[in-house]
Design a protein around this ligand. Structure first.
Ligand SMILES: *[C@@H]1O[C@H](CO)[C@@H](O)[C@H](O)[C@H]1NC(C)=O
Ligand SMILES: *[C@@H]1O[C@H](CO)[C@@H](O)[C@H](O)[C@H]1NC(C)=O
Length: 258
């Protein structure tokens, strides 16, 4: 009796389960093109892992995008850093699975003064101006995120504004932006930012203050500050985009040389 035969059989079955089908078991009766067509055939043909993975990267199961809210003020150094180094780069890479809501107001104070509101900002008049320019841009142009990124990554946020607008939305006249900034439109929009910020629950204690799907916890804040990219990828319930690295994870099934 050849004692090696059962051992070889066991090894084959083991390899099959371990390495997802280097050795095909005899119950695989469908052609390779159909291996992934059902869970049963994938298991029978020992290619379950591969099928799951290829389905994973091929079919983009859609889910609600992750909503990232940022409550900030235009001249706060921590806000500028988060906006330029975490939020905007993440949005550029993951815009398929996330939305961004920028609320420039932060620790400002609002007073009702007749028909208008007046605002006082933590870092002075210039910050109020920066907040107002950004608020108007968010209302006026599709390129607002790019322009705000450009402003916040410049040495002088306010001075950079006009050239950032020219760069990212040449069709938008600076005069129009300033009409909004100095007029009733900007005043009303900033009031909405004030209301939105005051309505935060829990109330914000510092800026940048991050919300994820409308929610703020210390844990989410910490994770967002460490790597918003990782947080958004991990929270997204649909099929992860290739950017998230899901496609790269399983390529370590080898068939050893005997
Ligand atoms: C792969 O996707 C197809 C179609 O979406 C599905 O019918 C099949 O069951 C999936 N296979 C596996 C192994 O999940
Ligand atoms: C701009 O603001 C006005 C209110 O002043 C609002 O009705 C409109 O929907 C806003 N547009 C955008 C694109 O946010």
């Amino acid at each position: 009796v050849n004692m090696k035969a059962p051992l070889l059989l066991i090894l084959t079955v083991w390899l099959n389960t371990q390495y997802g089908g280097c050795a095909l078991s005899s119950s695989c009766s469908v052609p390779p093109s159909k291996w992934c067509s059902s869970l049963d055939s994938a298991i029978q043909c020992g290619v379950l892992k591969q099928c799951l993975e290829s389905n994973f990267t091929r079919d983009h199961k859609a889910a609600d995008p992750i909503e990232v809210g940022l409550y900030y003020e235009s001249l706060c150094p921590g806000c500028r850093m988060f906006l330029t180094q975490e939020l905007l780069p993440t949005w550029v890479m993951l815009s398929d699975i996330m939305t961004v809501d920028l609320v420039p107001y932060g620790n400002a104070q609002e007073k009702h003064d007749g028909q208008k509101y007046t605002f006082e900002c933590q870092h002075g008049e210039q910050e109020c101006l920066g907040n107002m320019i950004e608020t108007c841009l968010l209302n006026m142009t599709q390129a607002a995120f790019q322009i705000i990124y450009c402003m916040e990554s410049s040495a002088d946020v306010i001075k950079a504004a006009q050239s950032c607008v020219t760069l990212y939305d040449p069709s938008l006249q600076w005069g129009k932006v300033m009409n909004c900034v100095n007029g009733n439109q900007g005043n009303q929009l900033m009031h909405l930012n004030a209301v939105k910020t005051k309505d935060l629950n829990p109330p914000h204690q510092y800026v940048p203050w991050v919300t994820i799907n409308g929610k703020h916890t210390e844990d989410l804040q910490q994770k967002a500050m460490n790597s918003l990219f990782t947080l958004v990828c991990s929270m997204y319930q649909g099929s992860k985009p290739a950017m998230c690295g899901g496609a790269k994870r399983h390529y370590k099934s080898y068939c050893d040389k005997e």
